[in-house]
Design a binder for this molecule. Structure first.
Ligand SMILES: C[C@H](O)[C@H](O)[C@H]1CNC2=NC(N)=NC(=O)C2=N1
Length: 116
């Protein structure tokens, strides 16, 4: 099994292959808290992180945004008092790519720093 966290995102285009059901079965256990949701017929990965206040939620949002810029792969981020909803999908293919699973693992690692 390949560990998601140290991997980097591959450049993505409309020709990039969506993640397969077999890959999802293999990789999903590494990001157990994430849900695969359907948004207008497109699959997306989503997780809501809880924080004790708005300031921490905002700082987490900023760090996730910085990692997204490094990797060239960008989430939807909804920052509210005490929580941040993070949604990953690949716009270019209107669905899920391996990159989204890599970024979900990186997002969990950032959140783990805040829990300390
Ligand atoms: C050119 C650039 O790499 C692309 O537009 C990237 C930017 N960030 C992206 N982020 C996400 N989530 N999906 C994409 O398809 C995507 N495309």
């Amino acid at each position: 099994m390949e560990t998601l966290l140290p991997q980097t995102c591959a450049p993505c285009s409309g020709d990039s292959p969506p993640i397969t059901k077999a890959e999802i079965a293999e990789l999903k256990p590494q990001i157990p808290d994430w849900k695969i949701i359907d948004e207008n017929g497109e699959a997306r990965l989503q997780h809501v992180y809880k924080f004790p206040d708005f300031q921490k939620a905002l700082a987490f949002t900023q760090q996730v945004g910085e990692e997204a810029e490094k990797q060239g792969h960008h989430p939807a981020l909804l920052t509210e008092w005490g929580k941040v909803t993070v949604t990953w999908w690949t716009h270019a293919i209107e669905g899920l790519h391996r990159n989204d699973f890599i970024m979900a693992a990186k997002t969990d690692a950032i959140a783990a720093e805040f829990a300390e």
